[in-house]
Design a protein around this ligand. Structure first.
Ligand code: ZN
Length: 289
């Protein structure tokens, strides 16, 4: 199963609420995923809007995810409480709208060693997991791979934490992995290596962020349209299609939904290449043997 969507309200959508964005994603763009962005500070969603989104998403088979505020630090004791608060607010809204995953950035090494950082982030995620349980929040905690050397979140670190905290799943920001590895993702083998690393977690679904990215010395500078970046999309899609991975591909490109639609067209092209047909539906891989 392949789901495709964008992070936030589509740029070309006139209405600027998440509800407007969701309807537009389904009806105009013909996409089946959306990541709601709670990235600016503490955000609370009206219960009525959340309830509408839950019902609409269910009826129309659109999957929802929520991105918590960017600045979170689960490694520094002084910042943990405020970080918890931001995550809990996002998680409560996510639960209300029936979203599957709340995405967070794990934190910074600061003065700590990599090992110590891993330890404190794991410890704090266990505390967070308890808070989720206490409030009966069933949303998974999505821990994102990060694109800068000073930020905790290499693919190996994210996998290590996910092994130890049951409600944590990795969120593969593929551009961040590419930037951190100074342009390491080029071929099918490169992408396959990522999925092979993840196999230890026995995941049934992968949430993947896609964008072009400008980077320098293993550090992300900023996002680019997919076609302007040097990470090719085709080998990623080939890896997904040929393994029949269950994925949600979320565009985080500056072109947002335009690049989500571009991803959709590339998926359909890849399916047609395999079936020899002249039509394809990105939601249906069953035509491929
Ligand atoms: Zn993020």
């Amino acid at each position: 199963m392949i789901r495709i969507g964008q992070a936030g309200i589509p740029l070309s959508c006139k209405g600027r609420t998440n509800k407007d964005g969701l309807i537009y994603t389904k009806e105009i763009l013909d996409l089946n995923a959306m990541e709601v962005q709670f990235v600016r500070g503490l955000y609370v969603m009206e219960e009525e809007e959340a309830q509408f989104m839950k019902e609409y998403a269910l009826e129309n088979d659109v999957e929802l995810y929520v991105h918590a505020p960017y600045y979170i630090n689960l490694s520094d004791d002084d910042e943990v409480e405020l970080s918890f608060e931001k995550i809990m607010n996002s998680a409560r809204a996510a639960e209300m709208m029936g979203a599957k995953i709340v995405i967070i950035h794990p934190g910074y090494y600061g003065e700590k060693s990599e090992k110590e950082t891993l330890k404190s982030i794991t410890k704090n995620l266990k505390v967070l997991q308890k808070k989720f349980k206490k409030e009966k929040i069933s949303v998974k905690i999505g821990l994102e791979t990060m694109g800068k050397q000073k930020v905790f979140g290499s693919i190996d670190e994210i996998i290590e934490v996910s092994k130890h905290v049951s409600s944590v799943v990795p969120v593969l920001d593929i551009a961040h992995i590419h930037a951190r590895g100074n342009g390491c993702l080029k071929t099918i083998e490169d992408f396959q290596e990522i999925f092979d690393k993840l196999s230890v977690l026995k995941l049934s679904h992968y949430l993947i962020h896609v964008t072009g990215v400008l980077y320098e010395n293993g550090n992300e500078q900023y996002h680019l349209p997919i076609k302007k970046g040097d990470m090719p999309l085709t080998p990623l899609l080939d890896t997904i299609i040929d393994n029949d991975y269950n994925v949600s591909l979320i565009s985080e490109s500056p072109l947002l939904e335009h690049d989500a639609v571009y991803i959709r067209l590339q998926v359909e092209k890849a399916i047609m290449k395999r079936t020899g047909g002249e039509e394809a539906d990105y939601r249906d891989l069953s035509a491929i043997k």
